[in-house]
Design a binder for this molecule. Structure first.
Ligand SMILES: [Mn+2]
Length: 316
């Protein structure tokens, strides 16, 4: 099997290394490595999943799992068991990116086919297409990206699967319908041609300025509920005050309440099919703030969307 076990699990969940055996509605999975542009970038986010796991334990979320969570308006778990299984981390030879991609797909495909919602911790921002791939031929989805950058480069340095291209690659999947890109600001890898290509493909670009001026509830109301959503959170989409542990902090990002409002909106409607957090770099975090932000958002999903919809796979 291509999954390595972990000693401290997310929220004290059971640790399995066979995705076919998951019986909980959710599965937490670390994907430490995604395609980089330079070798030194590989390690930046590699320990993000373990950092998040450890903080669920050290901040006592694991021990207090029956306690009231005021974010969800009830106990996190009535029976003292988390409604999530921890699948550990996808192993991979960092010199063989194709193998990492297929190892991630091996872990995710059984989950998606069985109607289990993946909670993925990257890794660089080249990870998100790995979460979309298992839906191809199984379920038509929409994608919500939260990011300071639109990540729509077709290639950089000859790589078409690097961290400046994930939304461009996600657009390649015919199972993807709406692609809503929220949080863009400042100057990044996008030039005029990438913005025009994204708009021509039907993507909706909602800048961080739009969110601040119109309000997160108004943005949330624009999300169609006809299909479920895969949410791709590049942690730099959030404001550095709540997510300082990133490679490219950009002031003016989404606040905690704005981010949670978008996620809660979809969770309340039972419309979250999966979520991936990328670009979290624990070495750059401040007092565990970024890890805590991620945990609060995940606990919100687990607590609000308790019974995810089980979709009958499309006939392939
Ligand atoms: Mn970004």
């Amino acid at each position: 099997m291509s999954l390595s076990p972990v000693s401290t699990t997310f929220l004290g969940a059971d640790n399995l290394v066979d995705p076919n055996l998951v019986e909980t509605p959710y599965a937490f999975l670390g994907i430490p490595y995604g395609p980089p542009y330079a070798g030194w970038e590989l390690s930046a986010s590699a320990d993000a999943a373990d950092c998040v796991r450890n903080l669920t334990s050290s901040r006592s979320f694991t021990r207090f799992i029956t306690h009231w969570n005021f974010d969800i308006g009830g106990p996190q778990s009535e029976n003292g068991r988390p409604n999530v299984t921890d699948l550990g981390n996808v192993q991979g030879d960092v010199h063989n990116i194709d193998r990492i991609y297929s190892a991630a797909l091996d872990a995710l495909l059984p989950l998606v086919r069985n109607g289990i919602v993946p909670l993925v911790m990257g890794g660089l921002d080249s990870i998100p297409p790995m979460l979309v791939a298992p839906f191809q031929g199984v379920e038509d989805i929409n994608v919500l990206q939260l990011d300071a950058h639109i990540d729509y480069r077709d290639e950089i340095y000859g790589r078409r699967d690097g961290y400046s291209s994930p939304m461009r690659r996600i657009r390649d999947f015919s199972c993807v319908h709406d692609l809503v890109q929220v949080g863009a600001r400042s100057i990044g890898s996008a030039r005029r041609e990438e913005v025009e290509a994204a708009l021509a493909a039907g993507n909706k670009i909602i800048t961080a300025w739009d969110v601040h001026e119109k309000g997160a509830h108004n943005i949330a109301a624009q999300l169609e509920l006809n299909r479920r959503w895969v949410i791709c959170v590049d942690c730099d989409g959030m404001d550095p005050t709540i997510a300082p542990g990133v490679g490219v902090p950009e002031p003016g990002g989404l606040t905690f309440v704005q981010t949670a409002t978008l996620i809660r909106h979809l969770a309340k409607q039972n419309r979250i099919a999966g979520i991936v957090f990328s670009e979290f770099q624990p070495a750059r975090d401040v007092s565990g703030t970024t890890a805590l932000t991620i945990i609060r958002l995940l606990l919100t999903i687990l607590g609000i969307q308790r019974s995810p919809e089980r979709i009958k796979p499309l006939s392939v």
